[in-house]
Every structure is written in C-alpha cells, then in structure tokens.
Design a binder for this molecule. Structure first.
Ligand code: P71
Length: 901
C-alpha cells in the first residue's frame, strides 16, 4: 500500500531551475562551498532541515494573530500553556532560536574552564563552548562511527563513560541531544536518557535535553522499542527525564525561527529569566516576535501528529532504499533528518565537499558536506537532509537520479580549503587549481519531471476509519456532495476553486489596495486578461456561472437555439433560463468512452452546417464552444476544427463564444496532439484559439488558479455595454464584478502562471499518470486522458446496475467508503430531467469524475487514489444499485438523496 502525504498543499512557492552557467558562476562566487550559495541559486535544497519546513495552515494563521506587545504578550502565555501540556514543564523562557537557549544554559550553569558532557550534540554547542571557554567532552559509542552498524540508538552515550566523567568531578552539566542531525537524525533512547538522568541526579549535575527533534526520536523509539506507546506519551516521558528541556523551533516544531527553555525547577527558571533579558529580550518574548511564539506554540501542539511522522519515516526509508539499490553506502539505520551518504563509495573517493560542489553543478541541488570538524574524527558524510513538509516524492526522485548521474562526471582538481579552518562549515572557503570538473554532460530530465514548485503551507488531514466513512456516506444519502470535508481523505470532487495559490499570488493580494471603484488590482486584472485572451472588453464576475448568467441574458432572445459541444450543467441552466433552446452538436466520438480520438471536445462542423441549413442562422443566438470539455472527460478541442467552426459562423454572422474555463489545459493538449503547434508557447496557442471567437466566459476557479472569480470577455462594444449594465445589477461594479480587489490581483497573477509550460505540463501529466495506472489495472476509464480529471466509466464498471439505479452515483459512494477518496457523479443524476417530458434524461455517458485540484496533491496521493479505485473494482460484483429518495427541482445532483436497493 502506498503512503500519501498526511496533508494537502495549500500554498506553493514557485520554483525555477537554475541554468548551468548561472550555477557555475554562483559556485565560484560561493568559493565552492555550497553552504554559501544563496537560496535563489539552488533548485532543491537538501542542505539542512533546520528552518526549512513548510508551515501548517494553523501555523500560518498563528503568524497572523501575533500579539506584539513588549510585555506579557498573549502569545507567550499560549506558548507556556502548550509547553506545560506537551512536556509537563511549568516554566517557559522563550529564546530567539535553539542556540539562544544553549547560550543561556551554558552561561548560567558553567564557568570558564569547566566541563560539560554531550552525546555528540555539537552543531551549535561546540562553537558556543569555544566562545565561553568551556571544555566540551563528546562521548558516543563506537557504533556511531560505523555507518554499517545497525545499532538503533546511535545517539546513546555509553553509560560507563558518562559515569566516569561525572565521577571524576569535572563535568558540571550534561547536554543530551534527542537526535543528532549530523548523523541524519540518529535518536537517543528513552532508556539511555533515564539512566543518564539518574546518574546525573546521583552526582548532582543538571541534565539538559535538546528536544529540537524529540518527536522524531520518540517516534523511532516507539517503532523500535515501544510499539504500544503513543508519541504524545513518549514526549512526556522523555521530558520527565531532564532538569532542563530546550529546543529550537526550526526542527520538529516546523518553525522558521524561535526557541525556548522549559523547566520545573524554580531556581533554574529564575536564573534563566535573569539572563534572558540581557541576551535575548524580555522574559515574555525572549527575542521572538509575538507571531513566532504563536507559531511555535502551534508547532509544539502538533508534535505528536503520528500520521505525519509515519509518512516522513516512510519517505525517508524510500530514499534510503533507492540509494542502496544504486550501490551507495548509506549511514544506518535511518534517522529522521535525512539520509547520509558515505563518500567512500564514490569512485575516486572524493571528499564530501567535492561531491557537494559536483552535485550542485550537475543538477542545482544542495546537499551538506560533513567532513573534518563535524565529527571530530576521520569521517566524511554527504548529508541529504529532507526539509519537513516541503518536497514531494517526485522531487526526492530527482535527488536520487541526480546522485546516480554523478557517476558520469570526473573531478579534475580537488577543492583545497583556503586559510585555516573556520568556526563553522558555512564559513569555509575553497580554492581549486584549474577547472573543477573535466566536462559538463548536460542536465537530465526524468520521465516525470518534478513539480515546478515546492510546498510553502500545508493543510493536514487524516484518513477516518472505514466504520466512520460508512456512516458518513449513509448519512449523506449516498451523495458525495453532502459529505463533510473533514471526513474526506483525498478530495477529488472538483478542480474548481480548490487550487493551492502561489507565493506570488499571495504577495500581490497583500500589495493591492481594496477599492470598489477602479483599484490598482482592477487595472492589473484587466491588463492581464486582455493581453492573455485578446478580447477588447473584460468584466470580472464572482465566478463562472455569473458570467454565463450575464452573457445568456445579453445574447439570447427567447426561442433562439444555443449550440454547444456537449453541455455543462450551469451553462445549460442559464441558457434555458434566458429562454434559449439548448442544442448539443459535439462530435460522435465524444459519446464513446472507448474511442481514443484526440479531440473528442470538438464541435462537429457537418452537424453545425446541417443545423444552420435546417433552422436558419437568425434562429441561433450563438455557438458556445467549451475548451477541454468537462462532461466529455476533459477532452480538448482542436485549433483546426475550431477554425472551421469559426469560419462557418462568421459567414452566417453567428457569434462564437468560448467557455474558456480550461483553456490552458486545452492549449497544452493542442501542443501535444496537434502537430502544427508543437513548437508554440501556451500563450500563443491560447491567443490563436481565442482569436477565433467573439468573446468568452471563464470560471477562473479552474485554470486561472484562484479560489474564487470569473471572467466575461467580448469584442463587441454594444454587447459589452449590455453586459456591463447586467454586471452592475447582479454582481458589482464593472471594475470589481463583486470581488474583493485581492481576488482580482490573484486572478491577474494566475492568468500568467497558468500559461507557464513547466506548470501546465506538470499539471496535465499528473492527471495522465493516474489515468495510466488505472488503465493498466484494467479499470474502465474514459479515453484518451483528459486535462483535469480521470473519468471512470460506470456503465462498464458496474454493468449489472441498470442506469435508472444510478451506477455512477453508487460507484462514487463506494469509492469514498472504501478509500476516503471523493469523486463526483457525472451521469444520469447530473443530466437531470427533460423540462418537456419530465423524465430522466438518459445520459449516454454514466461517469464518475475524479477531478484533480491544481498543485494540491502529489504523485504519492495519486498512487493512493489508484489503489482505492482498484480495490473497489475488485469487489464490484458485490455492489447494488440505488433508489432516489429526495429530489430537488433544479441542479438536482447537488442535494439529491439516495438509499441502497
Ligand atoms: C466543476 C465545476 C464546478 C461545478 C459546477 C456545477 C456543478 C458541479 C461542479 C464549473 C464550470 C465548468 C465549466 C466548463 C462553467 C462552470 C461554472 N465546473 N463552465 O467542474 O466546469 O463555473 O462554478 O465558477 O460558477 O466541478 P462556476
């Protein structure tokens, strides 16, 4: 069984590859030390986990409720409360980061020349000890320095050495790291910590526990030694076995800054409180902004989230396995920071510094070289540290492939350290005599390129039990529209309004001014919409159906025909409400789920000519051409056929109006499937297509990558005037369309982002990936793959259920129950009743749509979805039909209820 992320993506940070010549220049400028590279010169960053996490949505909102009072901030009390709940420690002293905490602890408890003992928790402790002229004794067992030893708790210091240090009387403080990042996050066991604590008690030496990675350690402890305990309980047990607990918020708590010291000892508390005001800030903020304390409190409250820890463990195991399969020696066993490569297994035995520089040149990835002073002995690892909630499996695959690719390169001249060894590896400079590598063999592109963005903010979710799901779907009347979002695991109900927005979209939203009358956002939106679509007049609307409403009223005389390529529910509803007679003239192939015809969305020119001949052009209000026809399976229209349609209509003076809701996906599929346009940009194809029409309506909640918004665009000034008047009546001013200015800003940016080739290809290829998996398993799906969704053919899936027992409805309900995945019926229920006869419209297609939200789910999620569908497919014989027990008058699929037959 695949393990999907325990979250969906909420905000993405768009990502660009760094071209080779820029990499060469950047590496030189960084003195060949990859740790000195600026982040914008790095493609994917595996240099550290620290402070590199994606935030949870709750942490993001915590940043918004920062109480920036100088004294007594509400956020401090929130932090104090969480520390009490999670660790059972009464007193909290906030610090700016972990090293702020370490500084206060060392300074408060030790005097110059005194000894402290640690289990190799050296990263920030060692430079501090040097600065304060303290003696730092690092003790670890021999296993820690043997990458192949399977010892499960390599951070455990040997107890005899600890006791010897304490007995001799020299050691005045024990500092134990719960996990050691430089070894990939090797954990400290609870047993060892408890033994150390009783030794420390006996010798009356305080023990400080670095709990920055305590959740990781506790999870590995549970896995390896205490399967019956839960992580929350273990966090408390670990925390009990120390006098002082301290941490940086930048590891397991998933923050970008912040730290704290916590204790139950009032004397220690008083001591740290007197120091914090000198070095950090007041004792109720400790050098953190109020918002950072609140985000830290949230991160700590979520430390016990085992579904995330399990996911992380599974993905890092995958990374390890793949690297080992490629013959790389990997430091064992797995920790939860990342995976460390033993550099000795590379041919020519280069150092980690050389390998890190080479990896960067080859693929733009940053890894962390750890040799020399990192371990205080002859030991050289290349750390591949995987930031939390940040990269997808595809991006991890890219890392694996980059490491494989290294074998094609030879280092011509090794790096030499320039000057004496500095305090920290981030400061090292290297020199090289001559050129660093022999020659460059080009970037490589995997079959499934990594997503062109990484994760900035996530929304955690979890899979509810099968019993809960069975109850939920029963209570929802077997209608997936009536399920609560919190009961869903992976939500493929719709790709509408569900996209993750980008950092650029959010930035613009904050930048623009709110104004009903012609804001800067309105101008920006108009410029981008006009340039992107090529129409003269633009009106924003609150969403797609609002644009359809206005256009239908403005363009249809009651009794006129409106010609469509298949139908969309809201489009037809508004055409009919305006008095139009709906006509569908899509090509016949669209109704054959088995047909692999590449442009099943096309309107049929022969049918159109015949219809015009039969009824006369003046009886036709307009021809509505939908891009990437939703109900046909996300099937594209071609430029060639649309050009024919356009010519016919121009000849007869019939307006052509696009429903350009999914125009970017359509443009991508034109580029793929219509040879003449193979070399065109997405922007060029969109303009070429739109130039064949007289206007368009758009639900911006799809391709335009926003959560709310719509667009109406026309060329004719008189039509525009009518629409603008209707817009003011029903929506808002013609500048705002009833939207907040920030929503206009998000649309403006989205209109650009949707045309970026790397984005749109990654989007459509992800859909195809799911489609391929299902088809290979024999599941009946609509062919060929569409742009936004995979459609299950319920007639073929459940041939034993007659259409009036709603097979697609049944299938959608069963899929939810079995896997927690939500899809949508697109068959006889959606088709509704014929207004003339009052009978069900026996739709030719009986489908379940699995619509993929944009930038929200990963390939791992797609694996989980595929397995769910396949499981339902295996048990399909057992499914029976449904009977409708409640039916609303319009758009019945939204709220109809059913019962099992
Ligand atoms: C989709 C939706 C949203 C939806 C609407 C109605 C029933 C179920 C789900 C909306 C579209 C669309 C096309 C081609 C216009 C609209 C309406 N699609 N044209 O696919 O796909 O836009 O939702 O913004 O009002 O789940 P709107």
């Amino acid at each position: 069984m695949s393990v999907g992320e325990s979250f969906r993506i909420k905000i993405v940070q768009t990502l660009k590859r760094v071209p080779y010549d820029l990499r060469v220049a950047a590496l030189k400028e960084a003195h060949y030390n990859v740790l000195r590279l600026p982040r914008d010169r790095v493609y994917l960053d595996f240099g550290t986990t620290r402070g590199n996490s994606g935030l949870t949505d709750k942490q993001l909102s915590a940043l918004m409720i920062g109480d920036e009072a100088y004294a007594g901030s509400a956020n401090f009390y929130a932090l104090e409360r969480v520390t009490q709940e999670v660790f059972g420690k009464r007193f909290t002293v906030p610090t700016h980061q972990g090293r702020g905490a370490e500084h206060l602890i060392l300074r408060g408890l030790l005097q110059a020349g005194q000894h402290l003992l640690t289990n190799g928790n050296l990263l920030t402790l060692a430079p501090l000890a040097t600065a304060l002229t303290l003696q730092l004794d690092s003790v670890l067992g021999p296993d820690a320095f043997d990458p192949r030893s399977p010892q499960e708790f390599k951070a455990d210091p040997p107890l005899d050495q600890v006791e010897a240090g304490l007995k001799a009387g020299g050691v005045k403080l024990l500092v134990l790291g719960a996990a050691l990042p430089q070894f990939g996050g090797q954990p400290l066991s609870l047993d060892n910590l408890e033994s150390c604590f009783s030794l420390a008690r006996r010798y009356q030496v305080p023990l400080a526990l670095d709990a920055s990675m305590l959740a990781s350690a506790a999870y590995l402890y549970k896995l390896r030694r205490a399967p019956s305990l839960d992580v929350r309980a273990l966090l408390r047990r670990y925390a009990q076995a120390c006098d002082i607990l301290y941490l940086t918020g930048r590891e397991d708590a998933g923050c970008h800054t912040g730290g704290l010291i916590a204790t139950n000892d009032e004397a220690l508390y008083t001591l740290f409180r007197s120091l914090v005001v000198v070095y950090e800030g007041l004792h109720t903020y400790g050098g953190q902004a109020g918002r950072d304390m609140q985000a830290l409190a949230q991160g700590l409250a979520d430390l016990g989230d085992e579904s995330y820890l399990a996911f992380r463990h599974q993905k890092l195991s995958y990374l390890t396995r793949r690297l080992e399969e490629d013959g790389r020696a990997v430091y064992q066993p797995l920790g939860l920071s990342g995976v460390c490569l033993d550099c000795r297994t590379f041919t020519g035995a280069p150092t980690s510094a050389n390998l890190a520089a080479l990896l960067y040149l080859v693929s733009g990835l940053r890894a962390r070289p750890m040799g020399g002073s990192t371990f205080g002995r002859d030991f050289d690892l290349l750390g591949l540290f995987v930031p939390r909630r940040c990269y997808t499996e595809r991006q991890i695959d890219y890392l694996i492939e980059s490491v494989q690719h290294l074998a094609r390169y030879r280092i011509a001249h090794s790096l030499r350290m320039a000057g004496s060894e500095p305090v920290a590896p981030e400061l090292t400079r290297y020199e090289v005599d001559g050129s660093f590598i022999t020659e460059y063999h080009g970037d490589f592109l995997p079959a499934h390129p990594p997503e062109p963005y990484f994760i900035k903010v996530v929304e955690p979710f979890r899979l509810k039990s099968i019993e809960k799901r069975a109850q939920a779907i029963r209570e929802a009347g077997y209608n997936t529209f009536l399920l609560r979002s919190e009961d869903i695991y992976i939500d493929l109900l719709t790709d509408s309004g569900t996209a993750a927005m980008s950092n650029q979209q959010w930035a613009k939203m904050l930048e623009v001014q709110e104004s009903e009358l012609g804001s800067d956002a309105a101008r920006l939106f108009h410029e981008h919409a006009r340039a992107g679509l090529g129409f003269r007049y633009i009106l924003p609307t609150h969403q797609g159906r609002a644009a359809e409403h206005i256009l239908s009223r403005a363009l249809i005389h009651p009794g006129q025909y409106v010609i469509n390529n298949m139908y969309f529910t809201t489009t037809r509803e508004h055409q009919e409400r305006a008095g139009g007679i709906f006509v569908d003239l899509i090509v016949d192939e669209a109704y054959d789920p088995r047909s692999g015809y590449p442009f099943k969305g096309d309107l049929d020119p022969k049918k159109l000519t015949a219809f015009i001949a039969a009824h006369g052009p003046e009886r036709i209000a307009y021809v509505c051409v939908e891009t990437n026809v939703n109900m046909a399976g996300g099937q594209p229209i071609s430029l060639a056929t649309t050009r024919e349609i356009s010519a016919i209509c121009r000849y007869h003076r019939i307006p052509v109006i696009f429903d350009a809701t999914r125009v970017a996906e359509n443009a991508y599929l034109i580029r793929q499937r219509e040879r003449a346009y193979a070399g065109w940009t997405i922007k060029e194809i969109i303009r070429e297509l739109m130039a064949l029409g007289d206007g368009c309506t758009i639900s911006a909640k799809k391709d335009v990558l926003v959560n709310i918004g719509g667009i109406l665009a026309v060329n004719d000034v008189a039509l525009y005037e009518r629409c603008a008047a209707l817009c003011t009546t029903f929506e808002g001013t013609p500048w705002s369309g009833g939207l907040a200015s920030r929503d206009l800003a998000a649309m403006a940016v989205g209109l650009e982002e949707m045309t970026e080739y790397d984005y749109i290809s990654s989007r459509v290829e992800q859909v195809r990936y799911l489609w391929t998996k299902l088809r290979e398993a024999g599941v009946p799906v609509v062919e060929p793959p569409g742009g936004h969704a995979v459609f299950l053919d319920a007639k073929a899936f459940l041939p034993h259920i007659p259409q009036d027992q709603f097979p697609a409805q049944r299938l959608a309900a069963a899929l939810y129950e079995v896997s927690g995945v939500r899809g949508m019926e697109r068959g006889i229920v959606s088709a509704g009743r014929d207004p003339a006869t009052g009978r069900h419209r026996a739709s030719k297609l009986e489908l379940v749509r699995l619509a993929i939200p944009r930038r929200v789910y990963t390939y791992s999620h797609m694996d989980v979805v595929a397995e769910g569908v396949i499981e339902v497919f295996r048990g399909r014989q057992r499914l029976t039909g449904l009977r409708m027990i409640f039916e609303p008058p319009a758009l019945r699929f939204f709220t109809a209820r059913f019962d099992l037959l």
